[in-house]
Write a protein that binds this ligand. Structure first.
Ligand code: UTP
Length: 303
């Protein structure tokens, strides 16, 4: 029987250079989307999919992430004394009681594949999820990671989250080769991964996004993977070699994906979640309508 996926690896050791100077002293994952750090959205998504144990692969300057998930005794005590119950809930209800957190360090940022490999001894010999905290994934109607875990438990295969991208954007993504496979209940068998193909060479328009469910066998492939593009140990290279031995499925995202590692995606996420907020949403909508027709921005052309 297929083992249940209950552990997740969150690689957070990257340097976040696209967000300098904001990320000089603050981890990118701690940047705020409305009123929560990005990493909290990602942890909440994983908890909703049934994840019970988290392995954070951290690096230098990332201790704010550990502090964020700690219980802040002095703050709790003060909020209790002052009867500030809403604020108290905001700091105490981040994680359910039974959640376990592990932190391991990636000595140097040698690539995503190298980061995930650092979690090997904590994960052991069981299937696990990987969530790249750069991506906030949101869907009102379903939790994509939970669906991916279902695909894993039905097939025993590895699963990657994919989304349809415009044909002229394929060179920004890893793309799945699905040959003639049909999409069935949101899933499709993958026959290969092509890193950043030109539109004319792209085998499909299904781009790999930041959620994965792997069997523990990915660690053997990562151990064998030589530095690739940019001198880094690339996860895609290890996935490619595992694909020669085990099946992979793509699960197609129905909801939204915000690439918060990128300035535009980060602003989109802020707007989206702020507009959804019952208190600030209506005021923000009115403000956007007002400023978008204001003279101050008349020279800003739509892309
Ligand atoms: P990115 O390449 O998007 O993150 O890696 P980065 O390096 O922090 O970003 P920029 O390009 O310099 O702005 C995707 C994810 O993989 C992690 C990152 O923290 C991010 O969550 N990562 C990447 C590691 O943990 N270690 C690495 O060596 C590389």
């Amino acid at each position: 029987m297929t083992q249940k996926v209950r552990k997740a690896v969150l690689p957070v050791a990257g340097l976040g250079t696209r967000f300098l100077p904001a990320t000089k002293a603050t981890p990118k994952e701690m940047l705020t989307v409305v009123d929560k750090p990005i990493i909290q959205y990602v942890v909440e998504e994983a908890l909703a999919a049934g994840i019970e144990e988290f392995v954070f692969v951290t690096g230098r300057g990332k201790s704010a992430i550990e502090n964020h998930f700690d219980k802040p005794y002095e703050l709790v005590d003060m909020l209790e004394r002052k009867g500030k119950l809403k604020e108290l809930a905001a700091v105490t209800e981040i994680l359910p009681e039974n959640t376990k957190l592990f932190y391991t360090r990636q000595g140097a940022p040698l690539g995503l594949g190298h980061a995930i490999y650092q979690a090997r001894s904590v994960i052991g010999d069981e299937p696990f999820a990987v969530l790249l905290p750069d991506d906030i994934i949101y869907d009102d109607s379903e939790n994509a990671l939970s669906k991916m875990i279902d695909v894993h438990s039905q097939t025993g295969s590895n699963v990657v989250l994919t989304m349809n991208v415009p044909q002229d954007r394929t060179q920004n993504y890893g793309v799945i080769d699905i040959q003639n496979e049909q999409v069935e209940n949101g899933k499709v068998q993958a026959h290969g991964f092509v890193e950043k193909p030109k539109p004319e060479d792209a085998p499909s328009t299904l781009a790999v996004t930041g959620r994965y469910v792997f069997n523990a066998s990915i660690f053997d492939e990562l151990a064998q993977t030589k530095p690739g593009h940019g001198g880094e140990i690339q996860l895609t290279d290890a996935m490619d070699s595992l694909l020669q031995k085990e099946d992979f499925y793509g699960y197609i995202l129905k909801g939204e994906r915000f690439d918060c590692g990128d300035k535009f995606g980060f602003q989109q996420a802020n707007l989206y979640f702020a507009l959804k907020d019952e208190f600030i949403g209506p005021k923000l909508k009115e403000y956007i309508q007002t400023i978008s027709t204001s003279d101050v921005f008349k020279n800003v052309k739509c892309a």
